[in-house]
Design a binder for this molecule. Structure first.
Ligand SMILES: Nc1ncnc2c1ncn2[C@@H]1O[C@H](COP(=O)(O)OP(=O)(O)OP(=O)(O)O)[C@@H](O)[C@H]1O
Ligand SMILES: [Mg+2]
Length: 342
């Protein structure tokens, strides 16, 4: 009992200054109002007793509240709560309760984010190793077969060498994409923005693809606007974007055409790469920009894709403060569009 009162009062001593000030005021008032000394002395004594009782009550309340907060913090530390709705403090601490709830939510989402990041990192590493293994094993296989005698067989030796070379090209493309991705994601990729003629720029890229498209009997349609339309962006990086999008459009189209359509707007140019290809199922649309994501793994692999192209495209378009939009009807075709500043 005495110990409890002692600790209550000690705890209330943070208000000691206020308490003394209050006492002095009351003592002065008593002296001013009561002339009779024999009455004022017991009054002051009574006042002291009341003061100590009040200090005891204040201290008790303070200890209770601090314990309550301590308990909540220690429960959070021990992961006892699933959600912030389980956190309660007494009525007068509602503001603090809100703060603690917000802190809890923030920490929870930070941890979830870090866990997701960690998972993505391990998945990325697993994907990279898997993708590297395929061409390396293939090259190794061809070389071994050649060394084991096939080298002297004119029916297969050239064919095997060509196959091995094909895989080295894939390997080198993959490594270049990986270097790009890691540079972009670590913020090391420096962009250099300037104005350039978008029509000329696209014309050149379209020319590069004309042979591949012809081989597949696909027509590339590009009707550039008459005036020299200038856009603002990093030409080299945007080249990568166009190459990726046009390459995809050709790769994933069996018949029909690929169109690059420029729509001039007030402050920007809306660029569309449209194809009449296999399209993308609705449930995959949100995922095609993820690293290594391929809708039809077998088909992408057959046409030499690793699923990094669109991840790079998205990063580059994002860096231009723009957004890439996909519309696609499965079996009918796709349209990839984004805006560039004029
Ligand atoms: N125009 C398109 N039509 C249909 N599907 C597409 C189209 N563009 C992309 N896709 C789908 O999205 C996936 C991801 O595309 P992305 O360009 O990232 O990878 P990729 O073409 O397979 O390989 P990479 O570009 O790295 O060589 C593709 O595998 C394909 O399934
Ligand atoms: Mg691609």
């Amino acid at each position: 009992m005495w110990n409890e009162i002692k600790s209550n009062i000690t705890s209330a001593l943070v208000y000691f200054r206020e308490f003394i000030l209050f006492l002095i005021l009351v003592v002065l008032t008593i002296f001013l109002l009561v002339d009779n000394t024999s009455l004022s002395i017991p009054l002051i004594f009574l006042l002291l007793v009341v003061g100590i009782i009040i200090l005891n009550l204040i201290g008790r309340r303070r200890i209770k509240e601090i314990n309550e907060i301590k308990e909540i913090i220690s429960s959070i530390r021990q992961n006892k709560f699933e959600s912030s709705t389980e956190i309660f403090l007494s009525k007068y601490l509602d503001k603090l309760e809100n703060e603690i709830k917000q802190m809890f939510e923030k920490t929870k989402s930070d941890i979830e984010y870090l866990e997701r990041l960690q998972k993505m990192r391990s998945q990325f590493l697993a994907n990279v190793s898997h993708e590297l293994r395929t061409p390396i094993f293939a090259i190794q296989g061809y070389i071994e077969t050649l060394l084991n005698g096939a080298l002297n067989d004119p029916k297969v030796n050239k064919h095997f060498l060509e196959k091995a070379e094909h895989h080295t090209v894939n390997l080198s493309n993959l490594l270049n994409d990986l270097i790009d991705i890691s540079m972009i994601e670590s913020g090391e990729m420096r962009m250099s923005y300037r104005y350039f003629d978008i029509s000329d720029f696209i014309k050149n890229i379209v020319n590069e693809f004309s042979l591949i498209a012809e081989e597949k009997n696909i027509q590339i349609i590009f009707n550039p606007p008459n005036t020299g339309l200038q856009v603002f962006g990093d030409k080299e990086r945007l080249r990568q974007v166009f190459v990726n999008l046009i390459q995809n459009a050709i790769k994933y189209t069996d018949e029909g055409n690929v169109e690059i359509l420029l729509e001039e707007e007030k402050k920007s140019v809306n660029i569309n790469v449209i194809d009449t290809g296999i399209g993308i199922p609705q449930e995959d649309i949100d995922r095609i920009f993820e690293r290594f994501y391929r809708v039809d793994k077998a088909r992408s692999k057959a046409v030499g894709g690793t699923g990094l192209g669109l991840a790079i495209v998205k990063h580059i378009i994002d860096a231009h403060s723009s957004k890439i939009i996909v519309e696609s009807v499965f079996g009918k075709g796709s349209r990839f569009s984004f805006k560039l500043k004029k």
